[in-house]
Ligand binder design. Structure first.
Ligand code: FAD
Length: 399
């Protein structure tokens, strides 16, 4: 009997075990997934919680019900991987051996990494995040009571998961305050470490002009060094005062990755960008946000990469060369407010371009252009996530 051990039952981990359970014979393979939490969060829904477009109960489900029969779910926190001994140690002392390991423990926001953010006395008073469930719920209350002043939407550093989410937050905030007749009393500022609105030039130009249209002031090249009371301070000593700060803290991989000697400076696992095989170990893969591939950290990327990985894994475990090659495919709906959204689609070699994107039943969707159909596509995606994507039934583009 061979053992496949998957760490993390988030987007990537859940898809992997559900797909591979169908393709790896039960008589030959044990599949186990380790997960610290007991609820699975649909993280794209966190964007909508502060604006009450989703209710909290719509963005999570019990993890157990999402894992295929025939996969063992171990509830526990990974403390470290011992690659030399092919085993994983859990925080409660249990040890899990493996023949093949998939690290899918994602990234988490780390406000503790910016001085003054968590420890300056303003956390969840005037400083909020929406990249966590608790943060998004707390921010809903803050927005409800905010009726004037300077709201700063801020990105600490790249890479972050869903790099368009803070832009979407700014667009939705503009729409939200307009709807409440308060927009004239609120100054909206978008502070980013990037030279423009986004990483890819064509999309950056398009999204940048959308910020201008909505009179959202952009502070580019802003690399925060610390938070001083109610001001962000950059390394080059620029200051951005705020009445309400909505920040995306530094996103980092799990600490156990560093403790196990498997990560880079952000605790991301260096992998081959086409196969997700760890550069340092022939029986360890890292999927989803946990790896260092140069494309967006997004559920869509996890989905497209898992599709390639599932075929490759069967070949690799049989001692054959892996024939699938992941091309960095990413796509993302960008909510732009007023019931509209754009869709961007790109890979390692091609930047986002205008056109149409085919999706069975719900599509096609307009690329790089705002439309109501795209907005409904984004909202419908929650259903697809729970019912098609996580069970491993959602086809990739063109299939
Ligand atoms: C606000 C927001 C909006 C987003 N919008 C979009 C979008 O529109 N489109 C899109 O494609 N993507 C979007 N994303 C990104 C998407 O949610 C992530 O890229 C995706 O969830 C990554 O999947 P993952 O499996 O790598 O990590 P995750 O889904 O985060 O799962 C990691 C799992 O590992 C577990 N774990 C971590 N450490 C340990 C440990 N030590 N021991 C045991 N278990 C552990 C965690 O509990 C978690 O369940 C958004 C994200 C956010 C925050």
């Amino acid at each position: 009997m061979r053992r496949l051990l998957v760490l993390g039952a988030g987007t990537a981990g859940t898809m992997v075990v559900n797909k591979l359970r169908r393709s790896l014979a039960r008589a030959d393979w044990d599949i186990t997934v380790v997960e610290a939490g007991d609820r699975h969060f649909y993280q794209p829904g966190f964007l909508f919680l502060p604006f009450r477009a989703y209710a909290p109960k719509q963005v999570s489900k019990p993890t157990r019900g999402l894992i295929a029969e025939g996969v063992e779910l171990v509830h526990g926190e990974v403390d470290r991987v011992d690659p030399a001994a092919n085993r994983v140690l859990l925080a409660d002392g249990r040890t899990l051996p493996y023949d093949y390991l998939v690290i899918a423990t994602g990234v988490t926001p780390r406000p503790d990494q910016t001085p003054g953010l968590l420890d300056g006395g303003q956390w969840r008073k005037t400083i909020f995040d929406f990249y966590t469930y608790d943060g998004a719920v707390a921010l809903e209350r803050a927005l409800r009571h905010f009726d004037g002043g300077r709201l700063v939407v801020h990105v600490t550093d790249m890479p972050i998961k869903c790099p368009v989410a803070p832009l979407e937050f700014a667009f939705l905030a503009d729409d939200f305050f307009r709807g409440r007749g308060l927009r004239d009393r609120i100054e909206l500022v978008y502070a980013t470490p990037l030279p423009g609105a986004f990483t890819k030039p064509i999309a950056a130009a398009r999204l940048g002009s959308m910020l201008d249209d909505r009179k959202i002031l952009v502070e580019p090249d802003f690399l925060v060094e610390r938070v001083d009371g109610t001001s962000l301070v950059s390394y080059d000593e620029r200051e951005i005062p705020f009445d309400l700060l909505v920040t995306v803290p530094l996103n980092m991989g799990a600490d156990f990755v560093a403790r196990s000697g498997l990560g880079n400076e952000l605790n991301l696992v260096p992998v081959d960008r086409h196969t997700m095989l760890a550069k340092a170990h022939d029986n360890i893969f890292a999927l989803g946000d946990a790896n260092d591939i140069p494309t967006s950290k997004a559920g869509s990327v996890a989905h497209f990469a898992v599709d390639v990985f599932a075929g490759n894994f069967v070949e690799h475990a049989a001692g054959r060369p892996m024939t699938g090659s992941f091309d960095g495919h990413a796509n993302c709906f960008v909510e732009s407010g007023h019931g509209r959204a754009l869709l961007i689609d790109f890979n390692y070699d091609t930047q986002p371009l205008p056109g149409r994107y085919p999706v069975p039943v719900a599509g096609p969707f307009r690329l790089l252009g705002e439309s109501a159909v795209n907005h409904w596509g984004k909202l419908a995606f929650r259903w697809m996530y729970w019912h098609l994507l996580l069970p491993g039934h959602m086809p990739s583009k063109g299939k």
